[in-house]
Design a protein around this ligand. Structure first.
Ligand code: GUN
Length: 312
């Protein structure tokens, strides 16, 4: 029987740490960290995500505020709001929920958020720093994935990891984090030829293709660790909505451990957002301090020091 990696429980532990860090900041006389979320339009899925993020902030003592803008909002108006939030010392983290309406260039908007307040880790400065192991804010889902893997594998040195998916939000950044932890990383995607055979070699599979039940039981070697990032809404035979991951969960009992969907990666993403916000608030106290996530519980080594980076 594969062990279930309980993302909800692991996220709760991280939230406890985040809450303690918030309390420490306040006890030192600083304002509680502040996160501002911007939601443009009325995409129902985004509304649910934003509501969850705001509730999670409250639970750990982060001050949260929300800017709800109509779908007709101009790009200039959005950029003006972000410029104001960038300059506001009470705001430590800014998150602009995507997708944005079609008339807005999301890349330009995400680039306009000050890198030190970019708690999503999407700004090119943070992306560049992640890929060179020189600090910055790490995107929440990849950070959560590293922490989940860290509960099962202490040391990723030489471990064969296959990432399925090449998105800027998950596939590419998690590959960078894994490389930094000295894993041997193969990045694949749905057009990769021989994907089943490549996966069969993997000690760890991170499935982030958004393709329901892509990874079948016979793709998985005995004792592998499986991280399922996929979350697709489908209907079962009774017409009831259910969430399906990228891994055929019922076929992988020969794995060492697997994340469930829901209850695996999802809760970690929000917990890492809160953690990033607190790190940003801490870093703002000293303009020369970089955001530096605590990797004691993740199998990564040289994440944030140029000197710790390996030459290869
Ligand atoms: N939309 C779906 N997930 C995310 C996320 O993590 N950050 C932002 N900004 N938008 C999203």
């Amino acid at each position: 029987m594969a062990d279930i990696i309980d993302g909800r429980a692991i996220a709760r532990e991280l939230d406890k740490k985040t809450k303690a860090e918030v309390e420490a900041l306040v006890a030192e006389g600083h304002p509680a960290p502040g996160l501002t979320v911007i939601l443009v339009g009325d995409d129902p899925a985004s509304e649910v995500y934003v509501r969850r993020k705001m509730a999670a902030c409250e639970a750990v003592g982060i001050r949260s505020s929300e800017h709800r803008l109509p779908a007709s909002t101009s790009q200039n108006a959005l950029l003006t709001l972000i410029a104001r939030l960038n300059a506001d010392p009470e705001v430590h983290g800014i998150l602009c929920q995507v997708p944005l309406p079609d008339h807005i260039d999301a890349r330009q908007v995400l680039r306009s958020i000050a890198p030190e307040k970019d708690v999503d880790g999407f700004h090119p400065v943070n992306v560049g720093r992640l890929s060179t192991g020189t600090g910055g804010i790490v995107p929440c889902t990849p950070l959560g994935i590293m922490k989940l893997i860290g509960t099962v594998i202490d040391d990723l040195t030489g471990v064969n990891v296959v990432v399925i998916g090449k998105s800027n939000i998950v596939g590419k950044p998690v590959a960078n984090l894994l490389l930094d932890a000295e894993a041997t990383v193969t990045v694949t995607h749905i057009y990769t030829e021989g994907l089943a055979e490549i996966c069969r070699q993997a000690d760890v599979i991170v499935a982030a293709a958004g393709a329901p039940r892509l990874v079948r039981g016979h793709w998985v070697k005995d004792g592998a660790v499986l991280i399922d990032v996929g979350i697709t809404r489908t209907k079962d035979e009774d017409g009831k909505t259910k969430l399906v991951g990228d891994i055929a969960f019922d076929e992988v009992q020969h794995a060492k451990a697997v994340t469930p969907v829901p209850g695996g990666v999802g809760p970690m993403t929000i917990a890492c957002l809160l953690s990033n916000t607190v790190q940003a608030a801490r870093a703002a106290l000293n303009a020369n301090t970089d955001v530096s996530n605590d990797y004691a519980d993740a199998p990564a080594r040289s994440m944030f020091t140029a000197s710790g980076s390996t030459p290869n």
